[in-house]
Design a protein around this ligand. Structure first.
Ligand code: HEM
Length: 408
């Protein structure tokens, strides 16, 4: 293990245990029946509030929830001795998530002296492929689509900031709400799971409007599938009756996390016009090249040679908007990461890229492979992350995370 993991914006379990909030770029609604035809700008990040996001449901919160300002991802390794202890852990995590997201008054002095605000807090639990090894007798229950994240060309993965038995995404409108959850889980689940890595992030307010900007200065979150369309979400995000894999996973969705380091100093030396060609969008407005408004939809059929939107630009590679590419559309929910300076003295800025999809091979991996060789790749390096399955929702007060997987 090297020390260069800092480049990925991830902290390992050697670091202080705490998790930051993470959330995704707001919801964007598609304008047409097909997600690839999309195009209303992402909803502006919500202001701080004491609102409550319902915990119970067919699906977990924190996936279609309009992105909160702060978010964190953490991965844990389970240290339980057997399946009964694992079941107890999942029940405990359910109880804590239910309580914390409801913003209930603390019952004990250890829980803090003041009433917690709700802050649109969401806690989203995922399982990694390693949970299905020999330890808990779950091998036969592993969905075939849940694998260990491979190394893609250009990746410099640090094993200690990759993978994990469990992932926890915590998102809220304020950072203290996120940290509070992390500390609560650290106390309540001590002895049953151990933090492996974590990363905190935030999204910026829109500048001046539309999708918020990442550290590369471009609006990010403009093009998204329509999260308000149940049909689209059933097609692109949720595992359903027709999905491959075991019935227990229905209602869940695959979560891909990629800790991406940005070479900000090098990027800042590139003229804006060249940066725009790398993304395929205008820096000031977020409009596609050749368009006027952020919500404009590029027409690649009219530009087959890439004279307007270069063929190797990020948005054209990520979503070529052909009938064939419509099935690879995914739902992004990423956070910016600022960890000060890397050991070599460069700015340690990054993106905790997160996306949700029904099928990792059909969606994330297809998009990732199309992005290979994009010009933006000179300015990014992926160092950590993992593949997880965000569990189906906890239906009601009696239900618990993974009840169908572990039995009641
Ligand atoms: C540091 C890395 C990255 C940065 C800074 C970045 C930034 C952006 C920006 C600025 C846009 C245009 C605005 C928008 O439509 O939201 C965009 C679009 C997109 N990006 Fe990325 N991105 C990164 C990595 C990735 C990765 C790893 C993937 C998936 C493998 C991805 C998938 C997409 C998709 C699917 C779109 C929408 C394209 C469309 O529908 O037109 N991005 N990204």
């Amino acid at each position: 293990m090297t020390e260069s993991n800092h480049h990925g914006g991830l902290r390992t379990r050697r670091s202080t245990f705490a998790l930051g909030a993470a959330t995704l770029a707001g919801t964007v609604a598609a304008s047409g029946p097909d997600a690839f035809a999309l195009a209303r700008p992402v909803a502006a990040p919500s202001p701080a509030s004491d609102g409550q996001v319902p915990f119970h449901g067919v699906h977990q919160a924190g996936i279609l929830t309009p992105q909160q300002r702060f978010g964190g991802f953490a991965a844990f390794d389970v240290t339980c001795g057997d399946r009964a202890e694992l079941t107890a852990l999942f029940r405990k995590l359910t109880e804590r998530a239910r309580t914390l997201t409801a913003g209930l008054k603390p019952k004990t002095p250890q829980e803090g002296g003041t009433e917690r605000p709700r802050d649109r807090l969401t806690i989203t639990l995922g399982v990694g492929a390693s949970l299905f090894d020999e330890r808990f007798g779950l091998a036969a229950a592993r969905p075939p689509g849940l694998t260990r994240m491979p190394s893609f060309p250009g990746d410099r993965l640090e094993m200690r900031t990759c993978h994990g038995d469990l992932s926890v995404q915590v998102c809220a409108d304020n950072p203290d709400a996120v940290l509070h959850v992390v500390r609560d889980l650290a106390r309540e689940a001590a002895g049953a799971m151990r933090a492996r890595w974590r990363v905190d992030g935030f999204i910026n307010p829109p500048r001046p409007a539309g999708a918020p900007r990442t550290f590369l200065g471009f609006k990010d979150g403009t093009a998204h599938p329509d999260t308000a369309s149940a049909r689209e979400m059933d097609r692109l995000v949720w595992l359903g009756a027709k999905s491959a894999g075991p019935a227990w996973a229905r209602g869940g969705t695959y979560q891909v996390i990629r800790a991406i380091r940005l070479r900000a100093e090098a990027w800042d030396r590139v003229p804006a016009a060249q940066q725009e060609k790398m993304f395929g969008r205008q820096k000031s407005s977020g409009a596609p090249l050749g368009g006027k408004k952020e919500s404009d939809v590029p027409d690649y059929a009219k530009d087959p040679k890439g004279l307007v939107t270069p063929l190797d630009s990020h948005i054209r590679r990520a979503n070529p908007r052909t009938p064939q590419s419509a099935d690879s559309v995914l739902l992004r929910r990423s956070y910016n990461v600022d960890q000060g300076l890397a050991p070599d003295g460069t700015l340690d800025l990054g993106l905790a890229f997160c996306c949700y999809q029904q099928d990792v091979a059909r969606q994330f991996e297809t998009v990732q492979k199309r992005l290979e060789g994009e010009r933006l790749a000179d300015f990014t390096t992926t160092t950590g992350g993992g593949y997880f399955l965000a569990l189906p929702g906890v239906k009601d007060k009696k239900d618990w995370y993974g009840s169908k997987l572990l039995g009641s």
